[in-house]
Design a protein around this ligand. Structure first.
Ligand code: FES
Length: 236
C-alpha cells in the first residue's frame, strides 16, 4: 500500500509536496499505524499528532483521501489504492500533518464552556433525572478533534465563524438543568449560529455521532424567539 503524505515546513519549503511511502498492507493497521511505521523505520522527521490511539483524545485528525478523519480509526483496508494523508483543512500548518489548534481553542472559550451558577448553592449535590441528562448528553461526547471544523465550508471560508463544536459545546451547557448562564450574545452574533448555512457536513464528519448541525438549527429557533420576546430566558 502506498501512503502519499503531505510534507511541509512553513518558512522553509515554498509549498507542501506529497511524498510517497510504501507501507505493509496489513489488515489490522489504521492509517496512524502506517504513519508510525514510516516515522519509526523510514523517516523520523515526519511530524503528526496522536496520543490515545483509541478515538478518545481527538488529536490524530487528518485529511485522508480528501475527508477529515481520525487516523486511529481509519484503516488501510478502507481503501484500495494509494491513500493521501494531508493536514486538516481550515487550519494553518505548523509542520507536515500538524496544524495550529489555537483558533479552535479560542472559539471554544468564547461560549463560557462551564456551568454558570447564580445565588446560593444547594446544600447537597445536584441530582439530575435520566431525562435531564439525556437533554445535553449527546453534546458532551465531543472529543474536540476539529473534524467538524475542517468539514465545514463556512469555517474554511470564514475563520471568524464560531463553528460547529463551539456551538454544540454551548448547547451542552445551555441544556444542562444545573446551568444558569446566558450565551445569547455570542451565539446570536453575526459570527454565531446565523453564519451556518446548514450544509450538515459537520454532523457527517463527527466520529462520536454528535450532531452540531442540529444544535445550531435548534439555537437559531431560540435566538429568533428571543428577538421577538426579548425578556425570554428560554435557552434551549
Ligand atoms: Fe486519540 Fe486518535 S490518537 S483519537
Amino acid at each position: 500500500m502506498i501512503l502519499r503524505v503531505s510534507r511541509y515546513r512553513p518558512g522553509v519549503d515554498a509549498e507542501p509536496v506529497f511524498q510517497d511511502y510504501e507501507v505493509p498492507d496489513r489488515d489490522d493497521w489504521a492509517i496512524l499505524d502506517a504513519l508510525n511505521h514510516i516515522k519509526d523505520t523510514v523517516d523520523g522527521t515526519l511530524s503528526f499528532r496522536w496520543s490515545c490511539r483509541m478515538g478518545i483524545c481527538g488529536s490524530c485528525g487528518m485529511t485522508v483521501n480528501g475527508e477529515p478523519k481520525l487516523t486511529c480509526g481509519t484503516f488501510l483496508t478502507d481503501f484500495t489504492g494509494p491513500v493521501t494523508v494531508e493536514p486538516l483543512r481550515g487550519f494553518a500548518v505548523i509542520r507536515d500533518l500538524v496544524v495550529d489548534i489555537d483558533p479552535f481553542l479560542a472559539n471554544l472559550s468564547k461560549v463560557t464552556p462551564w456551568l454558570v451558577r447564580e445565588g446560593e448553592e444547594p446544600a447537597s449535590e445536584f441530582a439530575q433525572t435520566p431525562e435531564q441528562l439525556e437533554a445535553y448528553k449527546q453534546y458532551s461526547m465531543c472529543i474536540n478533534c476539529m473534524l467538524c471544523y475542517s468539514a465545514c465550508p463556512v469555517y474554511v471560508l470564514n475563520p471568524d465563524f464560531l463553528g460547529p463544536a463551539a456551538i454544540a459545546l454551548a448547547q451542552r451547557y445551555n441544556l444542562d438543568s444545573r446551568d444558569m448562564g446566558d450565551r445569547f450574545d455570542v451565539l446570536s452574533s453575526e459570527e454565531g449560529v446565523w453564519g451556518c448555512t446548514f450544509v450538515g457536513e459537520c454532523t457527517s464528519a463527527c466520529p462520536k455521532h454528535v450532531d452540531p448541525a442540529e444544535a445550531i438549527q435548534r439555537y437559531k429557533l431560540t435566538a429568533a424567539l428571543r428577538s421577538v420576546l426579548p425578556f425570554s430566558r428560554r435557552r434551549s
